[in-house]
Design a protein around this ligand. Structure first.
Ligand code: SF4
Length: 295
């Protein structure tokens, strides 16, 4: 639905797969944290909030180009970090200019959630922000420190629970292949524990890719981090899924970066999914060739 160039974009724009048909409105540039070792996406961008006039001009353009589009995604990397003063004009402006939009989504870090009060979160939810994509990556504190995330596992649990309590639809992203060497099992099990404690509606499990400009590339070249092979990714995914208890949610590992596309309805679909991973580990199911994996 969105076409780079038609709206006002600075640099590369990233959005979740489920926002493929959404209007992508870039309100912030880059990521305020911008330190995760595996993430090179925003290294060339210095974080800032775009001028209100530019965003309003973009909303006018979007209203002309996509008047019937029902979803809108606020970019870039952790746009929830914007102070409430910005959200307080933005969400009513989206409602006014794009009345067909029924769902606004954004990326969030746990730190961005910490900077919002429960009342702020409820205001955002009541004014159209419905979908939040929270970057957990790992529930293992050692792995979180290793990849320079901005929060501990318990801070992630708190952020996820507060978002759910405020009524957001919550999608939590986790990342395979980022644990320090020898710590894949702990990363998988602790991530399952945090996911179970938060109990989001959606989990998106991605496999780490080497992104130009990221520290991970240097770590791999220096031999201090080993990227798992397909079997390593699958074993980690299996362990994570086996330790994830959701009361009713989707665990998706069908991103372009994954070797074995999986979409699992939990709790009912877990045993079948684990059996499929076992068959893949035994070589009985074809995996996506390494060269076809993508971000
Ligand atoms: S992974 Fe998320 S929080 Fe970390 S640098 Fe990238 S956009 Fe920022």
């Amino acid at each position: 639905m969105w076409f780079p160039g038609e709206l006002d974009y600075e640099g590369m724009i990233i959005r979740p797969p489920s926002e493929a048909r959404s209007i992508i409105l870039q309100v912030t540039v880059g990521c305020s944290h911008n330190r995760c070792t595996f993430c090179g996406t925003y290294r060339q961008k210095r974080f800032r909030i775009k001028e209100r006039q530019r965003v309003e001009a973009d909303l006018e353009r979007a209203a002309r180009l996509y008047p019937d589009t029902r979803r809108l995604f606020v970019a870039d990397g952790d746009a929830l970090i914007m102070p409430m003063a910005h959200w307080r004009w933005l969400l009513p402006a989206i409602r006014e200019r794009l009345p067909a939009v029924q769902r606004v989504g954004t990326y969030a870090t746990a730190r961005a959630v910490r900077k919002k009060t429960d009342e702020d979160l409820r205001w955002l939810r009541a004014n159209g922000l419905r979908m939040v994509y929270l970057g957990l990556e790992s529930g293992d504190d050692q792995t979180l420190r290793y990849v320079h995330k901005d929060s501990t596992a318990e801070q992630m649990v708190d952020a996820g629970r507060r978002l759910k309590a405020a009524g957001f639809t919550l999608s939590v992203t986790v990342l395979l292949g980022i644990a320090p060497d020898g710590r894949s099992g702990e990363h998988a099990r602790e991530t399952g524990r945090v996911l179970s404690a938060v109990d989001p509606q959606f989990v998106g499990a991605l496999s780490v890719m080497l992104c130009e400009g990221s520290e991970l590339v240097a770590q791999v070249q220096q031999g201090t981090h080993t990227i798992p092979g397909p079997a390593g990714y699958l074993r980690e995914l299996r362990e994570m899924l086996a330790h994830t208890e959701l009361s009713g949610g989707q665990f998706m590992a069908n991103h372009a970066s994954n070797h074995l596309p999986l979409k699992v309805l939990l709790p009912a679909g877990r045993d079948d999914a684990l059996a499929l991973i076992d068959r893949a580990l035994a070589g009985d199911v074809a995996l996506k060739p390494e060269g076809l994996r993508a971000l």
